[in-house]
Design a binder for this molecule. Structure first.
Ligand SMILES: *Cc1c(COP(=O)(O)O)cnc(C)c1O
Length: 432
């Protein structure tokens, strides 16, 4: 089937580049932990004429006429998300994960307020108060992170910091934490100091849907997420929240409004203009897919695959940060090796295994080279790979790393083997 025939006619340069990227992704192992594959159906909704639409406001309360049908689309997205996450309130308008998090700050805090979050090198996200991001410039980050000695959260240490600093809000969420997060433990701390607890589940939402990771919704005031990454929807963000504000103080200028209303106002008109209805339609499609048993099995298999891959690499003598994984990602730990995370990621990419270099707990190298490589299983799982395939992937990774000083001779062979291997699988959105 010829895809994008009109684009091919009108803009061959862009058409060819999309073809090349698609070819690249079809012949390599995509192990970026934050990526997966959206289906043809999601892509079709996102590529629809809804991109033309203006609908500032919310369903049944728009600033434009002519929104009968897009109101139904946005309501479907909201209803499906409520069902999926058992959440009281959902906002599906954030343009991406970062704007969703920005809206949380605007809804809860005043400039300068203290926010507890993980610094980027510890595995936090930029928007959790990192110094070069708006969140670290306009607010004050109180840092916490995994214990360097074992890579796990030390809840006593976190409680101590929280009690001394008394942040207004606590972020719980990570981009490179291979263990389960126990939201209840964080909720106990937040309750003790009357702070808002906000989970950021961008990386792990499908695991929560599949029931293989603790669910933050019962414990958190607000939960933010992306709809891309392992959820396999469009590139966008959404916010789940309680309706009532349990600290309905006079603190916030809008505190007469409940929490749900404050979130909605922070998104629009606080930060954004017109919602991206084509993307919201794609989100609704992705949520429907995520409500199926097939998707739950995908979430379960992601973790099985990560564990299998972790064990296979440990068996071959490689070290993993935190000793292994119970999520979708693992971090190879090269602190004792002569080569850096960057060199390893580079050699892996040349051989057809696409990942990223990453800090490990207790890293002595700089963030520009690091001692780690982060590997995720969502994309391979979306292609239909299971434990057996993870053994082969571990073999290739092992071969690349063992020959890292002489990789040239091995690269082409491994690259070809991997391309041949990938051709045996379907790829959602590319070759279904
Ligand atoms: C990816 C991610 C985000 C931000 O998403 P963008 O869509 O890239 O803005 C926020 N928080 C966490 C934990 C993430 O992993």
């Amino acid at each position: 089937m010829e895809r994008y025939p009109n684009l091919k006619n009108s803009d061959l340069e862009i058409y060819n580049l999309i073809q090349k990227e698609s070819e690249y992704e079809s012949t390599t192992l995509k192990m970026i932990a934050s990526e997966s594959y959206a289906s043809y159906s999601v892509l079709e909704a996102c590529g629809s004429m809804l991109t033309d639409k203006y609908a500032e406001g919310y369903p049944n309360a728009r600033y434009y006429e002519g929104n009968e049908f897009v109101d139904q689309i946005e309501n479907l997205a909201i209803e499906r998300a409520k069902l999926l996450f058992k959440s009281e309130h959902v906002n599906v308008q954030p343009y991406s994960g970062s704007p969703a998090n920005q809206a949380v700050y605007r809804a809860l805090l005043k400039t300068g307020d203290k926010v507890m979050g993980m610094p980027v090198p510890s595995g936090g996200h930029l928007t959790h108060g990192w110094k070069v991001n708006f969140s670290g410039i306009d607010y004050t980050q109180i840092p916490y992170g995994p214990d360097p000695s074992n890579g796990r959260f030390d809840m006593d240490e976190i409680r101590k910091t929280a009690k001394i600093e008394r942040p207004r809000m606590i972020w719980v969420g990570a981009t490179a934490y291979p263990h389960k997060i126990e939201y209840k433990d964080f909720a106990d701390i937040a309750n003790e100091i009357e702070a808002y607890l906000v989970a950021d589940i961008a990386h792990i939402n499908a695991l929560i849907i599949a029931g293989v990771h603790p669910d933050p919704v019962p414990y958190c005031d607000i939960v933010t997420s992306t709809s891309h990454k392992m959820l396999r929807g469009p590139r966008a963000g959404f916010i789940l929240s309680k309706i009532e504000d349990r600290y309905q103080s006079n603190y916030h200028s809008d505190s007469k409004l409940n929490l749900a209303k404050r979130i909605d106002r922070a998104v629009f008109p606080g930060l954004q203009g017109g919602p991206h209805l084509h993307i919201i339609a794609g989100m609704a499609v992705a949520f429907k897919e995520a409500l199926t048993d097939e998707f739950k099995n995908y979430g379960i298999q992601i973790v099985k695959n990560a564990k299998k891959l972790a064990n296979a690499l440990l068996d071959k003598g490689w070290q993993l940060a935190g000793g292994g994984t119970d999520t979708h990602l693992l971090i190879l730990d090269f602190r004792k090796e002569q080569f850096t995370g960057k060199e390893a990621a580079d050699a892996l990419a040349k051989s057809g295994i696409i990942a990223n270099f990453n800090m490990v707990p207790g890293d002595h190298r700089s963030p520009f080279v690091t001692s780690g490589v982060r590997l995720g299983t969502p994309s391979l799982t979306a292609m239909g790979m299971k434990e057996n395939e993870m053994e082969r992937v571990a073999d290739w990774i092992d071969r690349v790393l063992k020959n890292i000083n002489n990789i040239g001779a091995h690269t082409t062979n491994i690259r070809n083997e991997i391309a041949e291997f990938c051709s045996q699988f379907k790829i959602p959105g590319i070759r279904e």
